[in-house]
Design a protein around this ligand. Structure first.
Ligand code: FE2
Length: 512
């Protein structure tokens, strides 16, 4: 009896697994965002038997939630105040909520139902949270066909919401999720081992991202060797029924690892351009060879891996593209004056090292790096005659020089700085503000100046003092530091100066 129950529950789990894989495959083959979102919504509705599924995205500037795609009412975009209703509660508290009778709930906002002539009964909401823990929006399911959403529905919705908020990178994939995927695959296909290889475009080899039996160490395989290489080159599924007699299997691999390979199933992983980017391999089906059903499951999984890889590669490419634009912008400031060339790069170097001393994480170091490179961008709009003037500046000329900060703010304000970089224009434009309010161009006081700007200020002054200028010679580093320290806590932040001092001391020790 107990065994029967176990078999039934395993079968149910396996059936659900295949259903999810089939959905993943359908979603995976759609790369157009406008078509992808409604597809995700209808698939979730179908899987969880909900009448309506909606994805809400937050507009922080307006403090509103916008329903991007609401099935059945696609034409109308719903906008609701963030602080209102059940979705607002889930977003602000970062918690899931499941309600069986919505109209009795104190947070329920009946206006949307009235507007669309709809009756909400049961409701399930999960916040969409990215890797940094920031809430991006919420996934809402309405009216379960049985009347009440279950714990299982809650878990599935939570997972879907997590997928929508995913911003993975290659390290994350290698460290966790791929391993879980392969484990799941091996369990479901009742086999001994599973591996995932990706083609390294530089070396032209297959690199292992995860492989059972390797204890985390990576291996590389030549593309013209073994089953994995053959799958990668041919782009075809290869099913080895008996490795001992099949010449496509390279016996050396078993000799090297001491493992006995009997059966192998290898599948190519394709990106959205239909190019092969890697191979999934599973080994030794228990008491059998791999079946057509195994191939089907593997196919679904390989499309999941492909989406994850594509996302990671695209994000990395976007970041590279963004950095190259920023570097070109910084170089264009340098091109204006050969004597101050390298100033932006050097200020960035000091600012990043100060921030590192202060314990900033890599993500914040990236932001300081970009703000540092662009802090003087407004100098492009200042007259060369004034910028390069060897002698003392008149009051009028000095006030013109000061305008470079205003220009930095207005030019960078027109650029789109996404996500973590959104405060770059504010940080960059505050690099001449001082703690006592005597700085420019806003003259704001210490507590109003962004801390990252305080770091760039000290890095900027230190770099300027220790470099040759049209009107003076370069100052030795210890003298420059002593001069800045005179204004510690008054004009410049004391913690920032201390961090610069620590960095310079380390630099000196290392150079000895
Ligand atoms: Fe400046």
């Amino acid at each position: 009896m107990a065994d029967n129950h176990l078999v039934n529950s395993l079968e149910k789990e396996n059936c659900q697994f295949k259903k999810i894989l089939a959905i993943q495959k359908r979603i995976g083959s759609e790369r157009q965002l406008d078509r992808l979102m409604p597809l995700i919504i209808s698939e979730i509705s179908e899987l969880l038997d909900a009448e309506r599924t909606t994805i809400f995205l937050i507009d922080w500037e307006r403090m509103e939630l916008q329903a991007k795609f609401a099935e059945g009412i696609v034409e109308q975009e719903i906008t609701i105040k963030l602080k209102m209703g059940i979705v607002g509660w889930a977003v602000l508290s970062k918690q899931e909520i499941s309600i069986s009778n919505a109209s009795d709930h104190p947070y329920f906002n009946p206006e949307i139902d009235q507007l669309h002539d709809f009756k909400t009964e049961s409701i399930l909401v999960a916040p969409i949270i990215n890797k940094q823990g920031e809430v991006l929006g919420a996934l809402e399911l309405i009216n379960k066909d049985t009347g009440v959403f279950t714990e299982h529905d809650l878990e599935m919705t939570r997972q879907d919401a997590a997928k929508l908020g995913l911003e993975d990178n290659l390290q994350n994939i290698a460290a966790g999720r791929i391993e879980q995927m392969i484990d799941c695959l091996v369990r479901n296909a009742s086999c001994q081992r599973g591996s995932l290889f990706l083609i390294d475009a530089d070396s032209g080899q297959l690199m292992s991202v995860f492989a059972h039996g390797l204890d985390g160490s990576a291996i590389s395989l030549s593309l013209n060797l073994g089953v994995a290489g053959l799958v990668a080159v041919s782009g075809k599924v290869i099913n080895i029924l008996d490795s001992a007699t099949d010449s496509r299997f390279d016996q050396k691999i078993d000799q090297l690892t001491g493992f006995e390979t009997k059966t192998i199933l290898g599948l190519p992983i394709r990106n959205y351009l239909d190019e092969v980017i890697g191979v999934i391999e599973i080994i030794n089906k228990c008491n059998d060879s791999f079946s057509g059903e195994d191939i089907e499951i593997m196919d679904g999984l390989s499309s999941m891996v492909a989406i994850t890889m594509d996302n990671a590669l695209m994000l990395a490419e976007q970041e590279r593209q963004f950095r190259s634009i920023i570097e070109v912008m910084a170089a264009s400031i340098d091109a204006k004056d050969t004597l101050t060339a390298g100033h932006s790069t050097q200020v960035t170097h000091y600012a990043v090292e100060i921030a590192r001393e202060l314990g900033f994480g890599e993500s914040d170091l990236d932001v300081i790096g970009v703000a540092g490179l662009l802090h003087d961008y407004g100098k492009l709009g200042i007259d060369d005659q004034i910028l390069k003037k060897p002698g003392r500046l008149s009051d009028r000329e000095y006030s013109q020089i000061k305008e470079h900060v205003t220009l930095t703010r207005s030019i960078l304000g027109k650029m789109r700085f996404a996500r973590k970089y959104r405060n770059v224009p504010i940080i960059a434009a505050a690099h001449h503000e001082l703690l006592d309010g005597s700085g420019y161009d806003s003259g704001i006081l210490g507590r109003e100046i962004p801390f990252m700007a305080k770091i760039i200020t000290v890095a900027d002054v230190f770099e300027a003092l220790t470099s040759k200028r049209h009107y003076r010679q370069a100052m030795p580093k210890d003298e420059a530091l002593a001069l800045i320290e005179k204004d510690s806590g008054c004009k410049y932040d004391a913690k920032v100066i201390k961090a610069l001092k620590n960095y310079l001391a380390k630099l000196q020790v290392n150079s000895q």
